[in-house]
Ligand binder design. Sequence first.
Ligand SMILES: Cc1ncc(COP(=O)(O)O)c(C=O)c1O
Length: 373
Amino acid sequence: MVTDQLERLNRLPLRTNLRGLRPYGAPQLDVPILLNVNENTHGVPDDVRAAITEAVSAAAAGLNRYPDREFTELREALAEYLGHGLGAENIWAANGSNEVLQQILQAFGGPGRTALSFPPTYSMYPLLASGTDTEYIVGTRADDYGLSAESAARQVRELQPNIVFLCSPNNPTGTGLGPDVVEAVYEAGEASQTIVIVDEAYHEFAHDGTPSALALLPGRERLIISRTMSKAFALAGARLGYMAAAPEVADALRLVRLPYHLSAITQATALAALRHRVALMADVADIKRQRDRIVSELTRLGLKPAASDSNYVFFGGLENPHEVWQRLLDAGVLIRDVGIPGHLRVTAGTETETTAFLETLERILNSHARPRA
Ligand SMILES: Cc1ncc(COP(=O)(O)O)c(C=O)c1O
């Protein structure tokens, strides 16, 4: 936003906590290789696209009517996909998991309440807090960005937040949290009745055998697992996020959702993709291979990639990350400068995109932006 635009905005009677803010958003640049916002780089497979087109066409015939406000069929399909003995009553969905998180803050946060997360983590958490007038509390991690059960639980006990965000795998670092961390945080939040959100937006990309916090839901009515179809299901453009929790949590979100918030087109699209998930999950397997390839190649180049259970890799060891980011962009490869000294983050691409990224980076490192070590 240009200064003049910002000045005119600030002359409006804006809420105090929005004054001086700029809208959130990674740069949307028109370059050949986009590896900056952790999208699924593999496109929508042909059979899934055909199924979506057919489903949307059928839904179009009924667009004169409001959609199913309860999106029951979609909740049933999502529950079936998640397994873990969940039913439609445990599921809630909205236009992207960002909207689900916003609804959780509307229901359980708000003026006089607090939300805690552990940076570096997903940068929307503070913005969602500010948009709902929830005080945002910055927790701490270890120097290697790890978060132990003991440290997370201690911070929850001390700070007594109304809501805590645990991002697993964490964005931007890519590493997951063990069930021990979730269990300890949940227990530590007993006195303050803290709502514990485990954001599993990238869970499908985790290494085989990695447990989901879904297994911890029975008996924990303050626990919410947030998921999205934006990543593994290659549907970032369709906007469908969802959560699993005790049925009363879904009821709480019904109190704040706008009527008919999930369009009939969105419901039809998500259902079609869920029915055709075999092809989508084959692409997830390929993305995981590219992700592992990035980790091993960056190590060979003398950099320090973090272990990743997601579709992106966070890597350190750069003397001048912004210069490396700019030179990759000049060569047509957009990755993410997350503003952490010495580090950058790259999304796993198709094999061709990943090769282009790795070869361009190697060329840059061999010229003058040397790695630190
Ligand atoms: C950790 C995390 N959670 C949630 C989201 C939101 O995704 P969406 O609103 O597309 O479901 C993202 C998107 O990048 C993310 O990285």
